[in-house]
Design a protein around this ligand. Structure first.
Ligand code: HEC
Length: 149
């Protein structure tokens, strides 16, 4: 019993450690990963924004489908900004690592806004989507202004 418990504790500790350990074989892979994730996130964000701004006809199913992708993908880019990616050719500013707390803050804003947007995209009402975009506006620009070249 005691041995089993020890094993359980050890396995849990390893499982909890995993996200903090290097997730990419090479720093180059992390840069590729974050850019790809940002591109996918941006694509689905833009489709929702288009509907919210009336550039694209509102379609409840399409809004929900785009929201489902956004819900997952907005969490992904950030693990690709490990300290070992500093100095690799990209648009990431050195401030990301110099002022990690502020970069985290900018991520947190997105992580708060996107679930609101996703919920609004699922109500089937364009007014909800418009309102959600109205209040989440600037969340991308806020980070880009500070941390992207
Ligand atoms: C926490 C900061 C942060 C937030 C929030 C953020 N971005 Fe970015 N974004 C960056 C950085 C840094 C880069 C440059 C990455 C690089 O070159 O490796 C970038 C790059 C991009 C790129 C270019 C990807 C490529 O292929 O090089 C797109 C598109 C993009 N962001 C869209 C968005 C959109 C849309 C949002 C809001 C929904 C957003 N970003 C929110 C920091 C952020």
């Amino acid at each position: 019993m005691k041995r089993m418990l020890t094993l359980l504790v050890a396995t849990t500790a390893i499982a909890l450690m995993a996200p903090a350990m290097a997730q990419f074989a090479k720093p180059d892979d992390a840069v590729k990963y974050r850019k790809a994730a940002l591109t996918v996130m941006s694509t689905h964000w833009a489709r929702l924004a288009g509907m919210a701004q009336g550039r694209v006809p509102y379609d409840a199913k399409s809004a929900a489908d785009n929201a489902a992708v956004l819900e997952v993908v907005h969490k992904l880019p950030w693990s690709g900004f490990g300290a070992d990616t500093q100095g690799i050719e990209s648009k990431a500013k050195p401030e990301i690592w110099k002022d990690a707390a502020k970069f985290q803050e900018a991520q947190d804003k997105l992580l708060i806004e996107v679930p609101k947007l996703v919920a609004a995209a699922r109500t089937g009402k364009v007014e909800d989507l418009k309102a959600a975009f109205g209040s989440s506006g600037g969340v991308c620009k806020n980070c880009h202004d500070q941390f992207r070249q």
